[in-house]
Design a protein around this ligand. Sequence first.
Ligand SMILES: [Zn+2]
Length: 209
Amino acid sequence: MWYIIAITISGLGLILGIMSCFSGAPAKADPGNEEPDQKDDTIKKHLSRAELIAAMQALAEKKVPDKLSEGAMCYKVAMPPDRYEYVCPSCGHKTLYTDDLGYYLNRNLHQCRALVKNLTAVDARLDESSFCKKCSPDNKEKPSLCLITRCSDDENTYQSCQITDEDLVLLNEFFAGKVTHRDNTDYETPLKDELKRIASLLGITYPEK
Ligand SMILES: [Zn+2]
């Protein structure tokens, strides 16, 4: 319970921090206001492999605006703690992490769980099982969050591990038809620069050989 309150308070602090940054920044940097003529291009059906590749090619050819957001320069993020008690959603077993994995979980787990739910253009889920000592007692590899995806015309799933919330933000932006990527400081870069990463997360070689 207390950690929820702590997270809420720190989240609020973060938002207020960003707002205070923006209040002194040029008027254009308002993340809450999208351009009024921007329509919702989010892909709502599962795509085939060929359709995903076509969407990547379309993104590569899209024009990126000349002026991109430079983000909030005064943004400061508190380092998350490296202690995390992982509660397995499958079996309920608790596994305590007090090292870099605890830091990784604090930073990524909740965001990744939320972001994966928004992925609309492929069948997608998160595999967290390597973090549970009961579900994966013989795991020799370093635990990490894995993304499991499947295209609409594929029988097999594809697994990509060591993913972060930023990876899932990239996929969400790609499926939403965006041309730019915004990082957590609102710094904007052309989304096409991330096509290789987006493709590898989906098990696709891009550009095709
Ligand atoms: Zn478990």
